[in-house]
Design a protein around this ligand. Structure first.
Ligand code: ATP
Length: 153
């Protein structure tokens, strides 16, 4: 039984060692939870400088993320998530997203997002000295993405 393994297991050939990965292992992590762990064919993340598309065998990279939509493809199916801040690391077949927020469309409370949007708009419109502009702008961006993603039913 033991000899069967030793005598019949072919050693990897140089060709098979060079075979490219055809899937990506995507992980999305927030300070609160592991939001997603899936094998996927393609990922697009909202990089600070614009959308960043990642296919298997992508060059290793680290990029900061902005508030936006992360999308990923599994076969013919496309799925989307809201992410906000943090960064993405690509290393061999692994895509690790560490973000302040990660929500699937079905986890989003659209009415709550609408209230957050109204609050942020009122704050920004008031132009008071006591307004934390960056914070209000961030809340506004998140609320808009939540309404866009969660409102699709
Ligand atoms: P709110 O004022 O409604 O709390 P917020 O912009 O202050 O919104 P965040 O700081 O962005 O909220 O998020 C705090 C936590 O609440 C996160 O875990 C986030 O996923 C969750 N969250 C916020 N808004 C929603 C929403 N509309 N639907 C589902 N989860 C939400």
């Amino acid at each position: 039984m033991g000899s069967r393994i030793a005598s019949h297991s072919p050693l990897p050939t140089p060709h098979s060692l060079l075979t490219m990965a055809d899937k990506l292992n995507l992980e999305v992590i927030t300070p609160e939870k592991l939001a997603l762990r899936e094998q996927v064919d393609e990922v697009v993340v909202p990089g600070l400088g614009g959308e960043l598309g990642i296919l298997p065998d992508h060059t290793p990279l680290i990029s900061q993320l902005k508030t936006g939509v992360l999308s990923y493809r599994q076969g013919g199916e496309n799925k989307r998530m809201h992410v906000s801040g943090g960064f993405v690391e690509v290393a061999s077949d692994r895509v690790s997203v560490l973000s302040d927020v990660a929500e699937k469309p079905e986890e989003i409370d659209v009415e709550r997002a609408q209230r957050a949007l109204d609050r942020a708009e009122r704050r920004l419109a008031s132009r008071g000295d006591d307004i934390d502009f960056n914070r209000a702008e961030l809340k506004l961006q998140r609320a808009m993405i939540r309404i866009q993603l969660g409102g699709r039913g």
